[in-house]
Write a protein that binds this ligand. Structure first.
Ligand code: SAH
Length: 226
């Protein structure tokens, strides 16, 4: 059973957006080291074709990033899976902040797993489209905001988990300040050509345990609103 209120035909997709294509993607995520089966199942069940332009529907369940306009991309499913499992590894966060809504796909994956998702985007048109998708999918536990995500979402802080889906050369301190004392943050950090996925975990005493989770490639984290 699908939890989404869209017409079954549109959700299921056809041809390359079929259940078979989704199963293939889910299997390839497992083969490529994604261990959290809750995450694999959510990716299997989330209609990724719904988050991209119709012209690209036939590629929706390929394990690649795809353009979403405004020079931005919907992340590669493997990266979405890896970041999501890294956020969930120490327990289920109740309140999650995402910086960089983009297509809304990563936010929708999170909303299927955690009680509350907050997401911030600096390009108004992308946010408008993402909001329409959230409404069509009936994602009621997701709130979004048009703002510079480098400021986080102070009124809703603290968050148990924070995910950045755009890369800066450092993690903005205002965002780190909004992480709960034992919260988990996952973010790509580095120059446009060379980035590492970083996980920071609060130790409860005001310090962080930092780990590197491998090389990734993201669009840049920009300042201000677009
Ligand atoms: N999570 C998205 C990935 C989109 S790409 C998805 O699943 O589709 C990253 C997004 O981050 C882009 O839409 C870009 O506009 C946005 N972004 C970059 N800098 C930002 C900032 N300072 N505040 C908010 N969003 C930002």
């Amino acid at each position: 059973m699908t939890p989404y209120p869209l017409p079954a035909a549109e959700l299921k997709g056809e041809g390359m957006t079929s259940q078979r294509a989704r199963d293939r993607l889910a299997n390839s995520l497992k083969e490529e080291g994604i261990r959290d089966l809750r995450v694999v199942d959510v990716i299997r069940n989330t209609p990724r074709h719904h988050f991209i332009d119709q012209a690209l529907h036939s590629r929706a369940y390929e394990n690649t990033a795809l353009p979403i306009g405004h020079g931005q991309t919907i992340s590669q499913p493997w990266v979405v899976a890896r970041m999501t499992e890294a956020l969930l590894e120490f327990g289920m966060p109740q309140k999650v902040l995402e910086i960089g809504t983009g297509s809304g796909y990563q936010a929708a994956v999170l909303a299927a797993l955690v009680p509350q998702v907050f997401t911030v985007e600096r390009i108004e048109e992308l946010l408008r489209q993402a909001r329409r998708r959230f409404r069509q999918l009936g994602l009621a536990n997701l709130r979004s905001r048009y703002d510079d995500g480098k400021l986080g979402w102070p009124d809703e802080a603290p968050f148990d988990a924070i995910i950045l889906t755009a890369a800066g050369d450092t993690i903005p301190t205002r965002i780190l300040d909004q992480l709960s004392p034992t919260g988990v943050l996952v973010a790509p950090v580095g120059s446009p050509s060379r980035q590492t996925l970083i996980r920071m975990r609060g130790d409860g005493q005001g310090d962080f345990i930092q780990e590197e989770l491998g090389a990734v490639s993201f669009v840049p984290l920009l300042g201000g609103i677009g």
